[in-house]
Structure formats: structure tokens, C-alpha cells
Unconditional design. Structure first.
Length: 117
């Protein structure tokens, strides 16, 4: 199983980035896909999730600025980030979860997003 995240980088406050996560080795359409982020010295936190049916969830901190989407034909999940703020600076991780018995969960390697003020 591999979750290959890409698209991170350095951007000025107010700018945009789009992250991509290409999955292999899993039945992608059966997984809830998510993006999590971890800033230096802080715990990993949720950025967005999307179910196989396309239902999305966001924390208040990114609602209205971030949009998660998925392309099941390409086994890829995206995170469009607009109006970026310095506090969005973090390593962003792709996550795949299948709520079955046993539960299956996988993490990507992370991609750095740095927002300068």
C-alpha cells in the first residue's frame, strides 16, 4: 500500500495550493480519505475528510477555505487550499481508512506546506 502525497510548497499568505495524494494497493473507492496536518510542536489534526460517496467534513479552522475532493477512477484525493494563512503551515498527511473488521488504516509520507506572512 502506498499513499503518495505531493503539491506542498512555500506560498504567501492569501495564496493557494493544491495537494494530491495518489493511492495504490487498496480498493480506493471503499476508503474514507482524509488530510491531516501537523505543525511543529503540535499534535496532528484533521484538515478534511471525504467518504466514498463524497460526503465531506472540515474543522472550523479551514471551513470555507479548503476543499477536499476525490477521483475514484484515478485513485487520487485532492485538497484545494485557498486564502492560506501562516497558521496553516504544517506537514500535511494523506490518510485512508476503511471501517471494517479489522479496520484498515494507512498514512502517506507527508508534504510540507509553508505559508509566509
Amino acid at each position: 500500500v502506498q499513499l503518495q502525497a505531493s503539491g506542498g510548497g512555500l506560498v504567501q499568505a492569501g495564496g493557494s495550493l493544491r495537494l494530491s495524494c495518489a493511492a495504490s494497493g487498496i480498493m480506493f473507492s471503499r476508503y474514507v480519505m482524509g488530510w491531516y496536518r501537523q505543525a511543529p510542536g503540535k499534535q496532528r489534526e484533521l484538515a478534511a475528510t471525504i467518504t466514498s460517496e463524497g460526503t465531506t467534513t472540515y474543522p472550523d479552522s479551514v471551513k470555507g477555505r479548503f476543499t477536499i475532493s476525490r477521483d475514484n477512477a484515478k485513485n487520487t484525493v485532492y485538497l484545494q487550499m485557498n486564502s492560506l494563512k501562516p497558521e496553516d503551515t504544517a506537514v500535511y498527511y494523506c490518510n485512508a481508512v476503511r471501517s471494517s473488521n479489522p479496520l484498515y488504516e494507512y498514512w502517506g509520507q507527508g508534504t510540507q506546506v509553508t505559508v509566509s506572512s
